[in-house]
Design a protein around this ligand. Structure first.
Ligand code: PXP
Length: 252
């Protein structure tokens, strides 16, 4: 059996976090994007948050000018963000929930509960030829909602799985992994393209990458952290190698 490869989108938000800690323009997220691609990233991902705590508006053109791989803009379903997406036309937009007080995207988008609110954004983005994905919890209700919204892609939130693993709770780790695998299977069976991400590390990536229906992983914080010790290129290369290894082992 052979499995289609899993693309790696490297999320460069936290290069901007470090830059913003001091003001100025170092380290430059566009330079990080270029290095990540040279190291084997298939795409570059960034989250323009409403509070601009990391990526800023002026980064968008710089990143687009630095690389030619597909760009994936994560954003809240908000009118300001929609206008920016329509102006910049990235390859993809991933709609995420956003609360100003959260440290990171803490849960998935409630595609089921907020159907009418989200539908307009999905349609506008699709109408502009942008591939839309919804960042959702791995549960069937959210998969059904994504289908009814007409989103072609879902990104399954791997945060709870990663947290359980790093807390040493192996039972919950398995349970959350099964939920991701089930949601991936259910979504793909109904025609959705399945992505996953959030909190993934070298220790947690392989079981997710081994899920046959997964086509893309978006990974950021851990890689930027590892880059401090290893350099960005080796950090990305190691992640790429683990993803490839997981696919090969799953196919064997
Ligand atoms: N996918 C989505 C939708 C996200 O919001 C994030 C965090 O910005 C990621 C993936 C990457 O998560 P992490 O930085 O924890 O790897």
């Amino acid at each position: 059996m052979s499995l289609p490869p899993v693309r790696l989108g490297v999320n460069i938000d936290h290069v901007a976090t470090i830059r913003n800690a001091r003001g100025g323009d170092h380290p430059d997220p566009a330079r990080a994007a270029k290095l990540a691609v040279e190291a084997g990233a298939d795409g570059v991902t960034f989250h323009l948050r409403e509070d601009r705590r990391h990526i800023r508006d002026e980064d968008l053109n710089k990143i687009a000018g630095a690389v030619s791989v597909p760009l994936n803009l994560e954003m809240a379903a908000a009118e300001e963000m929609l206008a920016i997406a329509l102006r910049h036309r990235p390859h993809a937009v991933c709609l995420v929930p956003e609360r100003r007080e959260e440290r990171t995207t803490e849960g998935g988008l409630d595609a089921a509960g907020k159907h009418n609110e989200i539908a307009w954004f999905v349609n506008e983005l699709k109408g502009a030829g942008i591939r839309v994905s919804l960042f959702i919890e791995p549960d069937e209700r959210q998969i059904e909602a994504a289908l009814s919204l007409g989103a072609p892609v879902v990104e399954l939130h791997t945060g709870a799985y990663c947290e359980a693993f790093h807390a040493g709770d192996m039972e919950r780790t398995r349970e959350r992994l099964v939920a991701i695998a089930k949601a991936a299977q259910a979504g793909a069976a109904k025609g959705l393209e399945i992505h996953a991400g959030h909190g993934l590390t070298y220790d947690t990536v392989k079981p997710v990458a081994a899920i046959p229906q997964i086509r893309e992983l978006n990974i950021g914080h851990f890689l930027i952290g590892e880059a401090i010790f290893l350099g960005l290129k080796p950090a990305v290369q190691t992640m790429r190698a683990l993803i490839r290894e997981a696919r090969e082992e799953a196919a064997a």
